[in-house]
Design a protein around this ligand. Sequence first.
Ligand code: PLP
Length: 480
Amino acid sequence: MDAEQLRENAHKMVDFIADYYKNIETFPVLSQVEPGYLQKLLPDSAPLQPESLQAVLQDVQTKILPGVTHWQSPDYFAYFPSNSSVAGFLGEMLSAGINMVGFSWITSPAATELEMIVLDWLADLLKLPNDFLSKGPGGGAIQGTASEAILVALLAARDNVLREVGKDALGRLVVYGSDQTHSSLQKACQIAGIHPGNLRLLRTETCNEYALSPESLTDAISHDVTSGLIPLFLCATVGTTSSTAVDPLLALGKITKKYGIWLHVDAAYAGSACICPEYRHHLNGVEEADSFNMNCHKWFLTNFDCSALWIKDRTALIRSLSTNPEYLKNKASQGSTVIDYKDWQIPLGRRFRSLKLWMVLRLYGVENLQSYIRNHIKLAQQFEDLVAQDTRFEIVAVRTFSLVCFRLLPANKNEEHANKLNRDLLDAVNSSGKIFITHTVLSSKYVLRLVVGAPLTEERHIIAAWKLIQNEASSRLESA
Ligand code: PLP
């Protein structure tokens, strides 16, 4: 690494990225390329001799960017957001610059200690119980994704129980969630060796706004206990992926406590909103949880990837995931006075991800972060009002945060027709390249989802998005 070469080229790269952001609204939000497009544009093998940065950036502009879906576009309303920010970007840059691999405390003490501190700060902002803080028996660790957070929590829970009842009982362990729980729970079960028939995704009802009902959980547990099975783990969600439903943590927590079930709370998207006092009540009951995760890379201005996981009993996690090979032994680790984050996650190596979260918290401050969330929720409310005023549409689920679930109604009220109509509408809207929204299915209805959460989105983007949807709806209804 030549410092002067870095300085010169990094300046060019920052200019390139700044120009990208300046022009981001000119790109089709959803990439419009066909599968295999890049193979036709790039050579079959790597160059033998070095090329110039200018030549590479030219290719990025003409060949790579057309194949990019622009998650940072203000017209991006799909899935859930994946925020970037100046602070998050600078933190990523610094992390890439230092480029250390902080698996044990000794491999970079600052990386481990900063991670402990920023996750304690964030736990404090979310008003998580003290048991989740690093000063007690628990603590936080940054995982790459919510999927990893849920998996490691499940592994800790599984091994806690198997130590008690014996390894042969693996096939009798039961995991609970709802039909709205993110598919990462299913994947975690597959990896953890939970019998496929022992994952209970309990049915939610429209009258409960797609939240998990405590009664259905009790019924399922009672049935399983009677059948000689062992209830192990519940993954409750605050802000489900399809409709941002909130599972009633207080009531569910009482049940999990009664049966000795590990309660994990997945607040991957909506956790960010809970730094605002007026949304914090959605976490009431988190005191009963054994573990909790929130994706800072979704809606907290922290560049991907940064999924915060807190756990009440870090020993459970460490017992499941620790290894102690000779070549990693050192005085600090052997003295058990430090945290070695390698024992809290699947991989050994880990990045200095706390830097970007620390920079986000310091360069914006809590009040700005709260205003940021509130502004998106206000914009979502505005969009919802626009939809509600057009009688050709219906709002399909209660809006709790910044997601609006809606659909176009066909004149003939036929459900099959309604689903096709909305599928066609989604295709038309997205292939315009002007906005990107996605869909889900709720109670057999094909539903359009518009999530406000891209950092650059303003009121004018919401209004333009709605006009586009209305115009495309008119064309679909006329041609029907
Ligand atoms: N949980 C919820 C509620 C989600 O919405 C998502 C993704 O959107 C996930 C988990 C999985 O997130 P990740 O990609 O971080 O694994």
